[in-house]
Design a protein around this ligand. Sequence first.
Ligand code: FA5
Ligand code: MG
Length: 415
Amino acid sequence: YHCFFKRKYSNSNQIFINGKSYEVDSWTNVTPKIISYIGKNLHLQKSHPLSLLRERITNFFYFHYKNNRGNPLFSVYDNLYPIVTVEQNFDNLLVPEDHVSRNKSDCYYLNSKYLLRGHSSAHENELIQSGLDNFLIFSDVYRRDQIDSSHYPVFHQVEGVRLFLRHELFSLNPDAEGSIDVFEKGVRTETKQEVHTYDAARVVEYSLKSSLTALVRHLFGQKVRWVDAYFPFTHPSFELEMKFNGEWMELLGCGVLEHQTLVKAGVEDKIGWAFGIGLERLAMILYNIPDIRLFWSTDPGFLNQFNVSDINTNVKYKPISIYPPCPNDISFWLPGNADEFSDNDFYDLVRTVAGDVVEQVNLVDKFYHPKKKLYSRTYRIVYRHMEKTLTQEEVNKVHRLVEEAAERSLEVKIR
Ligand code: FA5
Ligand code: MG
């Protein structure tokens, strides 16, 4: 997305985002800084930890849930527009008119009608209404929240929804199909809604919890605990917590969808569950990332640690040095027998000569010079000391050693 926050200084009564204008009113509290996050889509950025997690979660659902033709059951949406209406974010989800989550202090409003979505649940209604029964939504969400190592005003969620018709719910027990009902006119208890039978509610709760425990086991193989919770759009509702640095950390909220949310989406004959997971929280535990701010780091020292060829690689994040990086390029002509040259030869040489002050080495350019009949390579070496700021003089000295060693042992010619 291309976003513009046009500041009209004297009569600033419009906000322009992505070619659309929003009338400023007494609800407007979104800032240019927050708007600048729109379209960053960390969860779609190659090799970003949130993107790896998106792929792993998608694979889990593709692999474990197939329709009777053998195709994936869940459809995946990962690029829904983050500006939603108050209806989408709250009303469709039965959030009471006076609920605190609607407050200006909790959300980023464009005006009284539009806001940046506060959760991916904002899209449940439209997707159910379009006829979908099983889907995942990956999205960036925006909240005015505390700022600490596990909270950030922009974060990412994956939402999952699964709906069942009666015969789908009880398909595992065909004998029972005739006798077990989904709906009744009953009473609401701790475990079920008034419109649901006890049996149906328990089967859906079981399906929900076993899906999420299987997902978490697939990703971590670590201990979890279920906690009772409240959401206006699910009942019963639960949260799943996991140990992180010795403390229980809330990973997700979920529950059996309030029947009224389905009725609002034009579906009367189904029952189902939904969940919403904080992707950053999951990634922090999975990859040992100590601070949620790191997800926004553009430092290659962070990002390159997640540049893995197999998305299931168990990356354990190593803190990068707090001292500034010093990138220096090196360019050379390869010797005549160029096809014998491999990048790894050079990487090893750099490691050997320069040691731990090298944080990373990347190939940035290569070409063939037809007249000279020679191949060229350019690498960027990022020098960074773990305990101090390197001076340019110190860097130059090491860099020269690398150049000399390359000429000597790789028979290249520095350009
Ligand atoms: C929700 O957002 C509900 N929409 C979840 C849900 C979906 C419930 C479907 C029922 C059915 P909650 O506000 O608890 O719930 O947020 C869900 C998860 O997002 C949390 O468990 C946490 O992992 C993550 N999260 C919440 N706030 C932040 C934040 N400021 N920074 C990072 N992660 C956050
Ligand atoms: Mg919560």
